[in-house]
Design a binder for this molecule. Structure first.
Ligand SMILES: Cc1cc2nc3c(=O)[nH]c(=O)nc-3n(C[C@H](O)[C@H](O)[C@H](O)COP(=O)(O)OP(=O)(O)OC[C@H]3O[C@@H](n4cnc5c(N)ncnc54)[C@H](O)[C@@H]3O)c2cc1C
Length: 381
């Protein structure tokens, strides 16, 4: 490296995927540099639902969810218009804000010996040899680069996400609910279905409620591209949400948003893709958010890439083959379900299956998750 240090691996992006990889590599005494664009912890658009697989990875990485105050969630309440049904989740999920979770993971990576540079953005990456440009005087070269920038592409290594669903806009806002509404929500994740999209509402740490939703761009334009108007419209269709948010205090000035989410994207390496370039998290696959499985895919890919590097060096094509085989069925199924739950007839059908045959619904959702065998394999190596 031109700045005189000798990292084996440079990780670009300090979200859950990048931080997980940094933890494993640093623990194995590899020299790791992690570059994160944000100088300070921040909120991110996310439902903040931690599935059992995500919890398994977090425990393995030494993250103490109880210590961080994560909520416990054991029921799924599905709501459409004036109908609702409730099923037990097949596991106890946890709720934790991304600001708290991502910071805990970064600190964990640092405490294991990873070198962390915050507040610096990687501008471009080039191959042969792998080089990273951070826009300052130094070009960084490394044996391997782990690309973990989430939905943001880096020049020179853009994803090809054609054919994916990207007409959705994601929003997130934290609220302090009134006491009775907080009590009513406690222990459940509520999924509210409305025309063209869906919302998730649940408690995270410190009894804060997280509202996260995806709506079609068309709907957002119809309401004048205005958040308050969109929320009014959703509350009109879903009185349950209006009740939950009555007299609630929004905790951000305005919601966070994210445009053009490429749901269903799965990276297919080009034959000439350089060895040593590992794509993690949303850079390798983007699962529709209602599954609450994006974080476990991010953590899984981070751990799998790190263990592949430790065992096989720069063999990133091997990693990409493994990760594709681990997640492609979940992604496919979740994408089909995502199409179904955006439209009235499909929403009605999902509600009926949930109320008549909850075990079938539980089984179906299990299929959209990273399978136990894949988790064990990534953690054993
Ligand atoms: C609406 C919505 C709701 C969701 N809800 C859930 C849920 O409830 N549960 C769940 O498990 N998953 C959920 N997900 C999915 C989950 O948020 C993502 O899968 C997860 O954040 C991916 O992690 P990551 O580490 O790949 O990327 P990110 O978390 O996006 O992290 C990427 C990091 O890279 C940094 N970065 C970006 N560009 C650069 C650069 N050029 N240089 C340096 N640093 C850079 C960013 O600052 C960021 O910290 C949801 C997603 C959406 C869109």
């Amino acid at each position: 490296m031109s700045d005189g240090s000798k990292e084996n691996v440079v990780i670009v992006g300090g979200g859950p995927a990048g931080a997980a990889a940094a933890c494993i590599l640093a623990e194995a005494k590899r020299a790791v540099l992690l570059i994160e664009r944000d100088a300070v912890p921040r909120h991110k658009v996310c439902g903040e639902f931690l599935s059992i697989e995500a919890q398994t990875y977090l425990a393995h990485l030494g993250i103490d969810l109880d210590g961080l105050g994560a909520s416990r969630i054991s029921r799924l309440r599905l709501i459409r218009k004036r109908q609702q049904t409730e099923i037990d989740l097949p596991f106890v999920a946890r709720g934790l804000s991304r600001r708290t979770l991502d910071e805990a993971l970064l600190l964990q990576a640092q405490s294991r010996g990873a070198r962390l540079i915050r507040g610096r953005m990687v501008r471009s990456i080039s191959a042969d040899p792998l080089q990273i440009d951070t826009g300052s005087y130094d070009q960084i070269s490394a044996e391997a680069v782990f690309l973990a920038t989430g939905k943001h592409d880096v020049r020179g290594m853009k994803r090809i996400s054609t054919g994916t669903m990207n007409d959705l806009i994601g929003f997130k806002l934290h609220y302090r609910l009134t006491e009775p509404q907080q009590q009513a929500l406690y222990g459940a994740t509520e999924v509210l279905l409305f025309s063209g999209g869906y919302a998730g509402l649940q408690i995270v740490e410190q009894d804060i409620a997280n509202l996260c939703l995806v709506a079609s761009r068309q709907r957002f334009e119809q309401v004048g591209k205005n958040w308050d108007a969109l929320l009014d419209w959703i509350e009109g269709e879903c009185p349950h949400l209006a009740e939950r948010l009555r007299d609630a205090e929004p905790l951000f000035e305005r919601p966070l948003s994210i445009f053009q989410i490429p749901y269903g994207f799965l990276h297919e390496p080009e034959p000439d893709e350089p060895q040593g370039l590992f794509r993690l998290g949303d850079q390798v696959g983007v699962i529709p958010s209602f599954t609450g499985e994006g974080l476990s895919i991010a953590l899984h890919s981070g751990c799998l890439a790190a263990s592949t590097f430790l065992a096989h060096g720069r063999a990133s094509s091997l990693f990409h083959r493994r990760i594709r085989s681990d997640i492609h069925l979940s992604l496919r199924l979740a994408s089909v379900l995502n199409r179904i739950v955006r439209h009235g007839a499909g929403q009605q059908a999902v509600l009926q299956v949930c109320s008549i045959w909850p075990a079938a619904m539980r089984h179906l959702t299990t299929l959209t998750r990273v399978q136990e065998a894949s988790v064990s394999r990534a953690l054993a190596s």
